[in-house]
Design a protein around this ligand. Structure first.
Ligand SMILES: Nc1ncnc2c1ncn2[C@@H]1O[C@H](COP(=O)(O)OP(=O)(O)OP(=O)(O)O)[C@@H](O)[C@H]1O
Ligand SMILES: [Mg+2]
Length: 447
C-alpha cells in the first residue's frame, strides 16, 4: 500500500471532490488504519477489526465519487458493488459471497500484473531468443558435435549480429510462425449445474493440468510474436502459487468493499413483495461483514479484516432501519452535506476533471478556445441551485444537464474550421437558460 497519511489522502481526494470534509476524513482514517494494523504485533493485530463506514447523503453529492477516487489511491484490492443487485441465497440473482470471489479475482489479476512487470525484461529477453531460434534455426545439435570449433564460433558471431539487428527492430515486419498455447480453450468452457459457476469452480481449472494444452501455430509479424511469446515466458517465470498467496493476503488484510445503494436493501414498509427479501439480503451480508470464510476458486478467504464502506441516500429509510446486527457492524456514520451554489462554482472549475475543463478540452480539439467569465460560472451555479430547489435535488448532476443545454448550440455549430475564441458571459447564460428555468414544466424535462 502506498503509505499515505490521512492528511495526504484527504489532499488527494481534494483534487477531485469539493467539500465533504467529514466524509473524506473518515475514509482517510479508515484507510490509514488498515496500514497501521499491519504494523501492530501479531496478537493484537487479529483483535483489531475494521471500522466500517456508512456514507449518508442525498443523490449527487459525491458518495460514489469519493469511493471511486479512494479506489485509485488505495493500492489495495477494491471492489464497488450495488447492494441492490444482490438477492437472498436461493433466489435468482447474485449471492453476496460473489463479492468476495470477485474481489479475489481482482486482487489476483492485480498481483499478476505486478509480477508480469517485474519479470517483463527477462521475459522479453527470452522471447527474443525464441524468435531468433525461429528466424535462424541452428542446426540440430547432433551435427554440431562433428563441426570444428571454428565453425561453431562463426555461427555464434552470426547469431550475435542477428540478435543486434533483431533488437534494433530491423525484423519487426518480417513474418514468422509461432506456436501459441491456448490456455482457455473456448469450447471447453463447461457450465455446470447452477451454482457451480457461482461457487467459482471452473472445471477447466480443476482438470486444467489433465487436459493437454492446445498448441496452435500462427503466422504473424515478429513484433506481434514478441508480444505473444513475452506473455508466455512471463507466465513461466511467475510462481503462480506465490502469486495467489500474495493476492489472498492482500484481500484479507487490506481489501476494501464499497457497498453502494445500501439504503435500497433497507425496507421501510412491512408490506409484501420485494421488501421481504431485502432483510434477507441484509442477513446474508452480515456474515461477510462480520467475518467468515468464503470459498473461492483460489481457496478459502477470510473476511474478518476487509473494510466495508457503504453508501446510501437514505431518503425513505434510516440507518437505524437496518437489522441491528448490521448496524453494529457499521459504527461510523458520516453525513455528506448537500451542495451550495458556492460548492457548484468550485465543482465547475476546481477539480482536475471539472466539467468546464472537460468541455474546454473537447472544443479545443476543434480549435475553439472556450472561456467563461466569473459571472457566467456563478450564474450557472445559481441556476443549478434554483432548479434543484424547484424540481428535484439531484446535486452536482444538475450541472451536467445545465452545461449540455447551455453549450448545445456551440457544440453543434463548431465544425473545426479555423481558430476561434468564445467567451460565455453571465448574460449568455441568462439568455439561454432563464426561460427554461422559469417554466417549471419545461425545466423538469430539459434541465
Ligand atoms: N463534492 C463534489 N465534488 C465534485 N464533484 C462532485 C461532487 N459531488 C458530486 N460530484 C459530481 O457529480 C456526479 C455525481 O456524483 P456521485 O456519483 O458521487 O453521486 P452520489 O452521491 O453517489 O449519488 P447517488 O446517491 O445518486 O449514487 C459525479 O459526476 C461527480 O463528479
Ligand atoms: Mg452513487
Amino acid at each position: 500500500m502506498k503509505d499515505l497519511t490521512p492528511k495526504q489522502i484527504v489532499a488527494e481526494l481534494d483534487r477531485y471532490i469539493v467539500g465533504q470534509t467529514n466524509a473524506k476524513k473518515s475514509v482517510a482514517i479508515a484507510l490509514r488504519n488498515r496500514w497501521r494494523r499491519q504494523q501492530v504485533g501479531s496478537e493484537m493485530r487479529d483483535e483489531i477489526v475494521p471500522n466500517n463506514i456508512i456514507l449518508i447523503g442525498t443523490t449527487g453529492v459525491g458518495k460514489t465519487e469519493i469511493a471511486r477516487r479512494l479506489a485509485n489511491l488505495a493500492n489495495a484490492p477494491f471492489i464497488k458493488v450495488e447492494a441492490s443487485k444482490f438477492t437472498e441465497v436461493g433466489y435468482v440473482g447474485r449471492d453476496v459471497e460473489s463479492i468476495i470471489r470477485d474481489l479475489m479475482d481482482i486482487a489476483v489479476s492485480k498481483v499478476q500484473n505486478e509480477k508480469e512487470k517485474e519479470v517483463a525484461d527477462k521475459a522479453e529477453e527470452r522471447a527474443n531468443e525464441r524468435i531468433l531460434d525461429i528466424l535462424f534455426p541452428l542446426n540440430g545439435s547432433g551435427a554440431e558435435k562433428t563441426e570444428d570449433t571454428e565453425r561453431i564460433e562463426r555461427r555464434k558471431r552470426t547469431r550475435e549480429k542477428l540478435r543486434k539487428k533483431l533488437l534494433t527492430g530491423e525484423f519487426e515486419k518480417k513474418m514468422v510462425e509461432v506456436s501459441v498455447t491456448s490456455e482457455n480453450v473456448p469450447f471447453m468452457q463447461v457450465f455446470g449445474p447452477i451454482g457451480m459457476e457461482e461457487m467459482g469452480i471452473n472445471l477447466q481449472e480443476i482438470f486444467g493440468s489433465a487436459i493437454p494444452k492446445r498448441q496452435r501455430r500462427r503466422r504473424t509479424t515478429v513484433a506481434e510474436a514478441r508480444e505473444i511469446l513475452t506473455i508466455e515466458e512471463a507466465s513461466k517465470l511467475i510462481d503462480h502459487e506465490e502469486m495467489v498467496r500474495e493476492a489472498k493476503e492482500r484481500v484479507e488484510n487490506s481489501g476494501i468493499v464499497f457497498l453502494d445503494e445500501i439504503d435500497k436493501i433497507v425496507g421501510t414498509t412491512a408490506g409484501a413483495g420485494p421488501d421481504i427479501s431485502r432483510e434477507g439480503v441484509q442477513r446474508d451480508i452480515l456474515p461477510i461483514v462480520e467475518g467468515s470464510n468464503v470459498v473461492t476458486k483460489y481457496g478459502v478467504v477470510r473476511t474478518d479484516h476487509i473494510l466495508f464502506i457503504s453508501a446510501g441516500a437514505f431518503h425513505s429509510s434510516k440507518p437505524s432501519d437496518m437489522i441491528p446486527e448490521l448496524q453494529g457492524r457499521f459504527p461510523i456514520r458520516v453525513e455528506l452535506n448537500s451542495l451550495s451554489s458556492d460548492d457548484f462554482v468550485k465543482i465547475l472549475t476546481h477539480p482536475e476533471n471539472a466539467l468546464i475543463k472537460q468541455y474546454q478540452a473537447l472544443l479545443d480539439t476543434e480549435g475553439v478556445k472556450l472561456k467563461f467569465t466569473r459571472g457566467a460560472i456563478r450564474q450557472i451555479a445559481e441556476t443549478a441551485t434554483e432548479v434543484n430547489e424547484a424540481t428535484e435535488n439531484i446535486g452536482a448532476r444538475r450541472l451536467h444537464t445545465i452545461m449540455t443545454t447551455l453549450l448545445e448550440d456551440i457544440l453543434f455549430e463548431t465544425s473545426g474550421e479555423g481558430e476561434k475564441a468564445i467567451t460565455i458571459t453571465k448574460e449568455d447564460v441568462m439568455d439561454k437558460l432563464d426561460d427554461i428555468v422559469k417554466d417549471q414544466d419545461l425545466s423538469r424535462y430539459i434541465l
